[in-house]
Design a protein around this ligand. Structure first.
Ligand code: PEP
Ligand code: MN
Length: 339
């Protein structure tokens, strides 16, 4: 951390700042010139909040040198994290993984059809919401545990892995019975109590970016999970809120590159929630592959017009097959392994 003092700074304030840094068990390296007073703070500076430093009247500027999301950063681990789900299925590194399934688990027939469609497309990961975070309390809220049971049953029949969104800490034991990956939704990205609890597990966590979260806030949320001991975190860019209203959200494709530069974790894209429009999903799925995402999550439904949630952004199975054909062609043209 580098601290620059104001011109004509107050010596008493500087003295109090030095005491504060000493109390944090850090040391000072003076790099001042005859014009400006600048010094580096050396030691475990993650324990020092920038706002605590700015509280001293003498301080003009504070610059962090190390990322505040230490264990999530590339500085901490240079190589890509690869997550092993068993049965030869991995996430991250050189593989591009497609996760697909309905927004909500609805009926045994719907899930069976989805499972068969995934199997036919050579996909190994089935998504589906059992506890839905809906804006309106009058909208379909999900089947709860019955939904998780249905997903597990379908996945076992077709040899798939299951991913589903967890709404709260109390449901962790239930999720551990049925799922292979636990999803943290955009609305819960900064539910720090939940993140800490998930940090104690060994199950991989799929962490969606909050709809108004900066990249740094997103990586700080990953840090909560990793700092708890669970290093198996997958990041997912799912579109952010902007001033644009034509699409549901705006896919921040920059964020995929940024997250890959800054972090060693696998980075996914969710073109379904990012756009809310079926016509845009396949082209953005291709963009995600080309830009180097480690995978993506796509919503599909046997009959989108009858879907109980997110029908407008759910591909039917024919559209999904076409998307997969396009992705497969692009993967072989660019030498990427699609899974
Ligand atoms: C979902 O994946 O169904 C979902 C609700 O996503 P998000 O948290 O990105 O809105
Ligand atoms: Mn959805």
């Amino acid at each position: 951390m580098i601290i620059k003092l104001k011109p004509n700074y107050d010596l008493e304030s500087e003295k109090r700042l030095m005491d504060f840094i000493a109390e944090k068990h850090c040391t000072i390296k003076d790099v001042s010139s005859d014009k400006v007073r600048i010094f580096g703070v050396i030691g475990d500076t993650l324990k020092i909040d920038k706002s605590e430093v700015y509280a001293f009247d003498c301080v003009l500027d504070v610059i962090r040198v190390l990322a505040p999301y230490k264990k999530t950063s590339r500085e901490f681990k240079a190589s890509d994290t690869v997550i092993d789900l068993g049965d030869g299925i991995t996430i991250g590194g050189s593989v591009h993984t497609v996760i697909a399934g309905p927004c909500s688990v609805e009926t045994p027939e719907q899930m069976d059809q989805a499972g068969a469609a995934l199997k036919a497309s050579g996909i190994h990961l089935l998504r589906g919401g059992a506890y839905k975070p809906r804006t309106s309390p009058y909208s379909f809220q999900g089947l709860g545990e019955e939904g998780l049971q249905l997903m597990r049953k379908t996945a076992d029949k077709y040899g798939l892995k299951v991913i589903s969104e967890i709404p709260s800490v109390d449901l962790i034991p239930q999720f551990l019975k049925y799922v292979d990956i636990i999803q943290v939704g955009a609305r819960n990205m900064q539910n720090f109590h939940l993140l800490k609890a998930l940090g104690k597990l060994s199950t991989p966590i799929f962490l969606k970016r909050g709809m108004s979260a900066t990249i740094e806030e997103w990586l700080m949320s990953a840090e909560y999970i990793i700092n708890g001991g669970n290093e198996q975190v997958i990041l997912c860019e799912r579109g952010i809120r902007t001033f644009e209203t034509y699409t549901r959200n705006t896919l921040d494709i920059n964020a995929v590159l940024a997250a890959k530069e800054l972090s060693h974790l696998p980075v996914f894209v969710d073109p379904s929630h990012a756009t809310g429009r079926t016509s845009m999903i396949a082209p953005l799925a291709q963009a995600a592959l080309v830009v180097g995402a480690h995978g993506q999550m796509i919503e599909i439904h046997p009959d989108p017009e009858k879907a109980l949630s997110d029908g407008a952004q759910s591909l039917n199975f024919d559209q999904f097959e076409t998307l997969m054909q396009g992705l497969n062609q692009l993967a072989s043209a660019t030498g990427k392994a699609l899974q």
